[in-house]
Design a protein around this ligand. Structure first.
Ligand code: 5GP
Ligand code: ZN
Length: 135
């Protein structure tokens, strides 16, 4: 548990949340400022700053739990799809530094735009590919 972490406090029961699922390793609760109805956060009960600290041994259980929660939430709010997403680092929009996955129900008519794409030449793509492969 990290002393200054709001999600650790939620997991410990020191701060209330709208819990919708739980097992030994993970907790799922509704986001306090939802993007759509049913927007939920899935968190490991142990404190990890972001996905880079997340241990391999929890991988399988985490995705199984995400699938379980997606089925329940999507069924309840009758969503047409859902996004599963993680913000890692301040530049990516992370504001709570306890690793979490957003489960955001999506609806055919929700009018939410996804990220804008940019144009890139095939040459630039190839250069990027080389740099990443060499790193
Ligand atoms: P991030 O931007 O770090 O990926 O997302 C953090 C999310 O946590 C935000 O969507 C925000 O609304 C949510 N959040 C922040 N504080 C609380 C809280 O005290 N309770 C709940 N349920 N959600 C919170
Ligand atoms: Zn924490």
């Amino acid at each position: 548990m990290a002393d200054d972490c709001i999600f650790c406090k939620i997991i410990a029961g020191d701060i209330p949340c709208n819990k919708i699922g739980e097992n030994d390793d993970f907790l799922c609760f509704l986001d306090i400022k939802p993007i759509t109805d049913g927007h939920a956060l899935i968190v490991p009960k142990k404190h990890f700053k972001d996905v880079m600290e997340f241990p391999k041994e929890l991988d399988e259980g985490y995705f199984a739990f995400c699938q379980e929660m997606a089925k329940k939430i999507v069924g309840t709010v009758k969503a047409d799809g859902f996004n599963l997403g993680m913000n890692n680092g301040r530049a990516a929009g992370q504001i709570i530094f306890h690793q979490h996955t957003h489960l955001i129900p999506r609806f055919d008519d929700d009018k939410l735009e996804s990220w804008p794409h940019k144009e890139i030449t095939l040459e630039e793509l190839g250069e990027l590919q080389e740099r990443i492969l060499k790193s």
